[in-house]
Ligand binder design. Structure first.
Ligand code: AOF
Ligand code: ZN
Length: 370
């Protein structure tokens, strides 16, 4: 739709996006959605979706607006839903409230919920869409990825020295980056639907893959790729303190009670390498929107080589570990320099003494926001 938007429209939608972002850590598996109801330049109601099962953004804003919703403009960061899901259809609530115009930043890719704009339009209410669409999609990159591509948005987190080394030759890697960077990682974990690691890291570090953050959040699914089920008894990931999925190769079946408190899933792994596409498809089926990979150079390299990484979250510590230390990623040799894929640097900041870079492997225009 090629609608034209005023400066007020833009300001209101920017506000709706800021409200939507308040659900960053809590809406899983739902998208983060914000809504502003305005009478001209005056905001009369605001709302955002907080948690699946709780009200959507629109009814919250409508409640605040009360009678002032009649004849007003509704700005919503995702097309209003037209379905009876965990809550009644927002499109119907907007029609009933007698609003004059509904502006959506973007369409809802969920086939079960979408179609609300058309329904509103059929009730002779003005509609428009596409305002701050890139920003709205970026905020829910995982939700769109899951519904449009059938796989999560994949973020690979790496902490390395300035010379790109992630551990000493003997495997020691605690701690290359500082506390501020490690706290920052917790926030990226908290917004993720799942955190994935490999058996190498599980054996070497016994990670918890949990979120240690004061802010309210939905605990991410812990995922370990463990082809031949070598995760040792007593590992943190087997402790049952968070939902956990151990992915193994078809044919290697558990014979003991180590895995009693977790779920198991088998994928093809004939050549000793699990089918990563099948892993991602299964995670999408489990409504994983954003997946954060925190793994060693072999598994990280395999995801990169398979072109399954969307975003690189890279922390660089101002230190040098030298060429006997372990590399950032194991990748197949390149035939020539110009065969190396270029990424797009979208953000650079510091975390205490360390540098944080965010890079996208794909479409730079679509996902430039956090
Ligand atoms: C909206 N406003 O604030 C959100 C929407 O299971 P339910 O009922 O919560 O529905 C979830 C679906 O509704 C979700 O997958 C997405 O398509 C849409 N989310 N829609 O109108 C909102 N969060
Ligand atoms: Zn809704």
């Amino acid at each position: 739709m090629n609608a034209t938007f005023s400066a007020t429209d833009e300001r209101m939608m920017a506000r709706a996006l800021a409200l939507a972002a308040r659900g960053l850590y809590t809406t899983q598996p739902n998208p983060r959605v914000g809504c502003v109801i305005a009478d001209g330049d005056t905001i009369v109601g605001e709302g955002w979706h907080g948690r699946a099962g709780e009200p959507h953004a629109e009814p919250i804003a409508l409640r605040e607006a009360g009678d002032r919703a009649r004849g007003a403009t509704v700005y919503v960061t995702l097309e209003p839903c037209a379905h009876h899901g965990r809550t009644p259809p927002c499109a119907d609530a907007l029609i009933e409230a007698g609003v004059a115009r509904v502006v959506a930043a973007t369409f809802d890719p969920n086939p079960k919920a979408g179609g609300g704009l058309a329904r509103v339009h059929a009730a002779r209410i003005d509609i428009a869409s596409g305002l701050l669409e890139d920003e709205a999609r970026a905020l829910n990159a995982g939700f769109f990825s899951r519904l449009e591509r059938g796989r999560p948005w994949v973020r690979l987190k790496i902490a390395a020295s300035l010379d790109g080394r992630t551990a000493l030759a003997d495997g020691e890697s605690k701690w290359i980056t500082g506390e501020a960077a490690r706290d920052d990682v917790q926030r990226w974990r908290a917004r993720s639907s799942a955190i994935l690691t490999g058996i190498g890291t599980a054996l070497a570090d016994d990670p918890r893959l949990s979120v240690r953050l004061d802010a309210d959040h939905v605990a991410p699914l812990r995922v370990v790729l463990d082809s031949s089920l070598r995760t040792p008894a007593g590992s943190h990931v087997l402790d049952g303190t968070a939902p956990t999925l151990i992915v193994h190769a078809t044919g290697s079946e558990p014979l003991d009670s180590r895995f009693d408190r977790v779920e198991l899933f088998a994928v093809d792994g004939g050549s000793g390498q699990l089918d990563l596409g099948a892993v991602l498809a299964e995670l999408a089926r489990r409504e994983v929107n954003e997946l954060q990979i925190e793994a060693g150079p072999i598994l990280g390299g395999a995801f990169i080589a398979a072109a399954l990484v969307d975003e690189l979250l890279l922390y660089l510590a101002p230190t040098l570990l030298g060429d006997t230390a372990q590399p950032m990623l194991r990748l197949p040799a390149l035939p020539a320099l110009d065969a190396a894929a270029r990424m797009t640097l979208v953000e650079q900041s510091t975390c205490g003494p360390d540098l944080r870079l965010r890079l996208l492997t794909g479409h730079p225009d679509v996902h430039r926001h956090r």
